[in-house]
Ligand binder design. Structure first.
Ligand code: K7E
Ligand code: CUA
Length: 688
């Protein structure tokens, strides 16, 4: 097998061949197909490039995807590109499945790495063996975090964050209910960016932070217990989108505000978009309190922290500050914002802020007086059209923004941003990587890997070569590889640290089309794993994993850097443990009952409890098992409660027994041969 020296041309040639002969099988797809694909001419506008590309792919879809042809043609004014067209691109590629695969590693396809599923032996994990890495994937609008093992891609656990979840009792016991309630009382969230805390630019395994795009929140997951332990409802902001930390030591957690809204959003200025604002929010990782916010011009999108602690970078779109799609995409230029964290702290300490909703808000808009002089709080780096992802290279030298509506990535010098007079001069490279670049990850050998949403590919390129090359050059490209289909984020092992591992890369693809058995009109997504450790062999697709909607970003952490608890340590809990023999039933007054009890195989402390209609009943219950993995629960029918009880854990719940009757409380975790008998009868006697 060989690495293609000219992957872009090959891509054009290959898709052309597919068009000509969409019924052929994977064997013999083309590294030597005729090169008469659509010409991309330098100097053509981005709009034309994208339109040409979309029209090309859509044309292929006609006749093979009747639904695509029936779709209304929603077009962005001037850009002639909309979400529907993106979908068409996916539909077209989907129609060609079987042809798709490696651009450059074709001869390897027969060696068990056929990219169709399962995975090759070398990168699989035998039954009973452990994975090398934890992958923490966001769950999108399920509101959760999924934990997968890498390289097996086996799903190990789910961590409810913004939603109630009965299997883990999240939102059922008093403590987790309070977390959700104090976090705003919503029933769902939209998690996008899970980031694990770092010390000295390496994972310390302490916490995971994740944003809620829907309701503008930031949550913290305790990685000892793999449990959400705090949610901050961020004021003055809707859609906390990008999420990242101040490095090297997680001094602050940043939430990047996306949608512009009035500040505070209390009914003022409802139809005066000029008065809307968007803020970067800095949160203390220990207390989860908001320390300050910085208002900026335009929408923001994704963010990443410099390795040295001074800079935080956020991409943005809608510098036009429009409220319709057309208005938001009118301009060819947007900005990447570089936040000077120490300068912002100085402004806060000097009182240069306005307090809004109880939070100091620093004015970081372009015309702010704080942006005059030689230490501006925010530097605005002009970047082409609606850049989406941004990530800092492992060496800390560059922040790379992905163009989204522009076929380039923009390489910004981190040292330069502090020194140049004109922020535009900090742009050191701008390679043309392909259509729809969204996010970029890194290996340990100077390569960047960028998802190409429209092309349905991952492009591997050399970022130092991009600094050497002319803007718009394709020379830094090392390789392109198809993914299935339309990738959003991608993540490489420990790519967000100063020392990526350079072995595995996971592309989180939005569409799976026909990669799996059909399961109705809502399809799973497709997380595809590549082995990237062999530069000579090229990227090797080793696994497809169907994924419930919908992961956005992920963090991949070596197993040695996470130390999960095997059982609860009662001293970590703020409730008193209830040992065997110390159970109690106490009637406090005419309408209040307090029960302290325990659970073990195969019984509860009380085989029955009797309360009266209308009683407020509080149950505190400990799982007295010391053996790991012997989990109980107490499900209380009629009262909508299921408390999960890990060994040595204690949980509490209060409910009003307002329905007279007999209710069998039972253990929902299958804990032993007598699990079905593990029950307690709750008698609610009617009041006269
Ligand atoms: Cu690209 Cu929310 Cu990171 Cu989704 S964002 S893909
Ligand atoms: Cu305890 Cu089933």
């Amino acid at each position: 097998m060989t690495t293609d020296p000219n992957p872009t041309d090959d891509r054009e040639a290959r898709s052309d061949e597919q068009r000509d002969d969409a019924t052929e099988t994977a064997s013999g797809t083309g590294d030597e197909a005729a090169d008469d694909g659509p010409e991309i001419v330098d100097g053509r506008t981005v709009e034309h490039l994208i339109t040409d590309h979309e029209r090309d792919i859509a044309a292929t879809a006609e006749g093979t995807d009747a639904t695509a042809a029936r779709r209304p043609n929603l077009e962005l004014p001037r850009l002639e590109l909309g979400r529907r067209d993106f979908m068409k691109a996916g539909a077209a590629v989907g129609a060609m499945t079987g042809l798709a695969g490696c651009t450059s590693v074709l001869s390897d396809e027969g060696n068990g790495s056929d990219g169709s599923s399962g995975g090759s032996g070398e990168h699989s994990v035998a039954p009973g063996e452990h994975d090398e890495y934890y992958g923490f994937l966001s769950g999108g609008h399920t509101g959760e975090i999924r934990v997968v093992g890498i390289p097996s891609m086996r799903e190990l656990m789910r961590i409810p964050v913004f939603q109630t979840e009965s299997a883990r009792g999240f939102g059922h016991d008093a403590k987790s209910s309070e977390i959700l309630e104090e976090g705003g009382g919503y029933t769902w969230g939209d998690t996008h960016h899970p980031r694990v805390s770092q010390t000295d630019n390496d994972y310390d395994g302490r916490w995971l932070f994740v944003n809620d795009k829907a309701n503008g929140r930031m949550a913290r997951v305790d990685l000892e217990y793999f449990e959400t332990d705090a949610i901050t409802n961020v004021p003055n902001s809707q859609a906390v989108h990008g999420a990242c930390m101040q490095l090297p030591d997680t001094q602050l957690v940043f939430g990047v505000g996306e949608f512009r809204v009035p500040m505070p959003n209390d009914g003022r200025d409802v139809d005066d978009p000029d008065a809307y604002g968007s803020v970067l929010t800095a949160i203390d990782p220990e207390t989860m309190d908001v320390e300050w916010q910085v208002e900026v011009d335009g929408n923001m999108d994704n963010g990443d922290g410099g390795k040295e602690g001074r800079w935080f970078f956020a991409t943005g779109y809608n510098s036009e500050e429009g409220v319709t799609q057309g208005e938001m995409t009118r301009s060819d230029r947007d900005y990447m914002k570089a936040f000077d964290i120490p300068a912002i702290w100085d402004a806060v300490e000097a009182g240069n802020y306005e307090e809004i909703s109880g939070v100091p808000v620093v004015d970081g808009t372009m015309d702010s007086s704080l942006n005059e002089g030689d230490r501006p709080v925010v530097r605005y780096v002009p970047t082409p059209k609606s850049p989406h992802g941004v990530s800092v290279t492992p060496d800390g030298n560059y922040a790379i923004a992905s163009g989204k509506l522009d076929p380039t990535c923009t390489v910004i010098g981190v040292e330069e941003i502090a020194e140049v007079d004109d922020p535009a001069d900090a742009i050191l490279g701008q390679p043309r990587v392909g259509m729809g670049p969204l996010h970029t990850a890194y290996d340990d050998r100077g390569h960047a890997y960028t998802t190409l949403f429209i092309d349905s590919q991952v492009v591997k390129w050399d970022y130092e070569a991009a600094v050497e090359a002319d803007p718009g050059s394709e020379e830094p490209i090392v390789e392109k590889h198809d993914v299935h289909y339309n990738p959003g984020h991608l993540i490489a092992s420990e790519s967000y640290t100063a020392s990526p591992q350079g072995d595995y890369l996971v592309s989180l693809n939005k569409l799976s089309k026909d990669r799996f058995l059909p399961v109705g009109p809502i399809h799973p997504e497709n997380d595809q794993m590549f082995y990237i450790g062999d530069d000579d062999a090229g990227m090797e697709l080793v696994k497809d994993k169907p994924s419930y909607p919908e992961p956005h970003d992920a963090s991949i952490v070596h197993k040695d850097k996470i130390e999960p608890a095997k059982t609860w340590d009662p001293s970590d809990y703020d409730l008193d443990f209830v040992p065997e023999g110390e159970e109690s039933f106490e009637r406090i007054d005419d309408s209040t009952v307090e029960i302290e009890m325990w659970a073990r195989r195969n019984e509860y402390a009380f085989p029955e409890v009797t309360v009266r209609e209308g009683d407020e009943v509080t149950i505190r219950i400990s799982n007295v098992e010391t053996t790991s993995d012997v989990i109980h629960s107490i499900a209380i029918p009629e009262y909508d409660i299921n408390l999960a009880l890990a060994p040595q854990d204690t949980r509490e719940v209060t409910f009003t027994a307002d329905e007279p009757g007999v209710y069998w409380a039972y253990c929902a975790y299958f804990c032993s041969a007598l699990h079905l008998e593990m029950r307690s009868r709750i008698l609610v006697e009617p009041r006269e």
